[in-house]
Design a protein around this ligand. Structure first.
Ligand SMILES: *[C@@H]1O[C@H](CO)[C@@H](O)[C@H](O)[C@H]1NC(C)=O
Ligand SMILES: *[C@@H]1O[C@H](CO)[C@@H](O)[C@H](O)[C@H]1NC(C)=O
Ligand SMILES: *[C@@H]1O[C@H](CO)[C@@H](O)[C@H](O)[C@H]1NC(C)=O
Length: 432
């Protein structure tokens, strides 16, 4: 006679079976992600490209956190700021073409990251991602507390899992500072001067973090323009402590900075640190730029056939710079062991998901205009986090064959040729 299982064990066995099914099914989807049959000449690592797809309306798709998350930044806390139709806006779900994308499971993610740390370096669009990441992960560890060490601007420590996730603010990545002009009398009033960028020196905020983080995500981009650095107070590029002559234009400076920072990353950071570089977050100013009453009072995503109208540099619209920047950045990243993460395309659809006029301060719009650049939280950055967490788990799950590039290769190269003339000065010895 076969031994009989005590009946009180059955619920337990069912749960165990379901749990293991879930566990293994997630492996299957990850393997789909990393299988290497590629149908296009673009350097995607798989047939399943998480960055191409559509937004599908799904009323059951609801955020994992709300306005009470202690890591919010006021101007992005769109629930508290009562952004109109926010629940409608957050009912859209990103569905990649031809593959399943799992939403992040904060418990499983933190569980698989036990004793590991994630560092995010760059500008406020990466901070936007950080806030979403922290609020999402906090679901699995209510004891999460603020963390701000090693030059971090902000971050959190998750004690249940011994995991730290933090953001290091370095908008240009390179060290830069305001350098007032010396007048003849030796006096300076500080109103005239330059922004000095040391192309070969990483900003202090992230220069000493090698070895601490197991995953790093970099970005830069939207500070490289003449709104931030007008002609009277320009960026002036220095190398080895001396001004570069002839002086570099801003975009050429960007290329040189990228080349140097990537060389630094490849040289200084351990090989087994998982490194990502995220592409630009697109803006959605309609009817004018941010300082010309540009607006983004939309209630639904753009249609695919509208995207080129908004973002194609050939159309010379106010939102064209994301694709231009991407072209430069992707070119410099080619051949490195840094994975390119393309959040641009999926975000281009979401004209409806910015804080716009709901900024939590009455005078904010009068002073700065609408915010059609950062994103409401909860919102689109939650999808970035879903994708990033999948790439991180995938990255640790396999022997780290280096160098897959996950990202778009734009087809209209001729337009960008002009932008890629400068030698970035990245030493090939570090490229793999
Ligand atoms: C958005 O909210 C406004 C005001 O509540 C409403 O009039 C409008 O119909 C809403 N838009 C959609 C698409 O539901
Ligand atoms: C927490 O993680 C760090 C690595 O980030 C490790 O050095 C440390 O020993 C861990 N602490 C505990 C209590 O496991
Ligand atoms: C923006 O709108 C305000 C108020 O309607 C108006 O006074 C101003 O001229 C506009 N600015 C631009 C650049 O269109």
């Amino acid at each position: 006679m076969s031994p009989k299982l005590p009946s009180h064990l059955f619920p337990f066995l069912i749960i165990l079976t379901l749990a293991s099914l879930y566990y293994f099914s997630s492996f299957i989807s990850l393997n789909t992600l990393s299988s290497s049959s590629s149908t296009s000449p673009s350097l995607t690592i798989s047939t399943c490209n998480l960055f191409k797809g559509t937004w599908v309306f799904d009323p059951n798709h609801t955020p994992l956190y709300d306005d009470t998350c202690p890591f919010h930044r006021n101007a992005w806390n769109c629930i508290r700021n009562q952004r109109q139709n926010l629940s409608l806006i957050n009912s859209w779900k990103w569905v990649p073409r031809g593959c399943d994308m799992n939403r992040i499971d904060p418990f499983r993610f933190l569980g698989s990251m036990r004793n590991k740390n994630v560092g995010i370096v760059g500008d406020s669009l990466n901070e936007n991602l950080l806030v979403s990441f922290l609020c999402t992960l906090r679901v699995a560890d209510g004891g999460a507390r603020k963390w701000k060490k090693k030059g971090a601007w902000r971050g959190a420590y998750f004690p249940k899992f011994n995991v730290t996730v933090a953001y290091h603010r370095a908008v240009l990545l390179s060290k830069y500072k305001w350098q007032p002009k010396q007048s003849e009398s030796g006096m300076q009033d500080g109103s005239e001067g330059i922004h000095r960028v040391d192309v070969d020196v990483p900003a202090d905020e992230w220069a000493k973090i090698a070895g601490f983080y197991d995953v790093l995500l970099f970005n830069t981009g939207h500070w490289w323009n003449h709104d931030k650095f007008p002609k009277e107070k320009p960026l002036v590029f220095y190398k080895a402590g001396q001004p570069i002559v002839p002086p570099l234009e801003m975009l050429d400076g960007l290329k040189v900075v990228l080349g140097n920072m990537i060389t630094y990353i490849e040289k200084e950071f351990p090989r087994n640190t998982l490194k990502f570089w995220r592409l630009q977050s697109p803006r959605h100013f309609y009817g004018g730029d941010w300082n010309q009453n540009g607006s983004c009072l939309f209630n639904k995503p753009l249609e695919e056939n509208e995207l080129d109208l908004w973002f194609e540099p050939r159309n010379n619209g106010v939102n064209k710079e994301a694709r231009q920047m991407n072209f430069v950045i992707e070119k410099v990243l080619q051949g490195t062991n840094i994975h390119v993460v393309d959040f641009t395309h999926l975000s281009e659809f979401r004209a409806d998901a910015h804080p716009a006029i709901w900024l939590g301060r009455k005078d904010a719009v009068a002073i700065w205009g609408q915010d059609c650049m950062h994103w409401c939280l909860p919102g689109v950055p939650d999808t970035w986090v879903d994708i990033l967490s999948q790439l991180i788990i995938d990255g640790f799950g396999r022997t780290r064959a280096c160098c897959q590039v996950v990202g778009p290769i734009y087809e209209n190269f001729e337009l960008y040729i002009e932008m890629s003339k400068v030698d970035v000065g990245r030493k090939k010895s570090f490229a793999l």
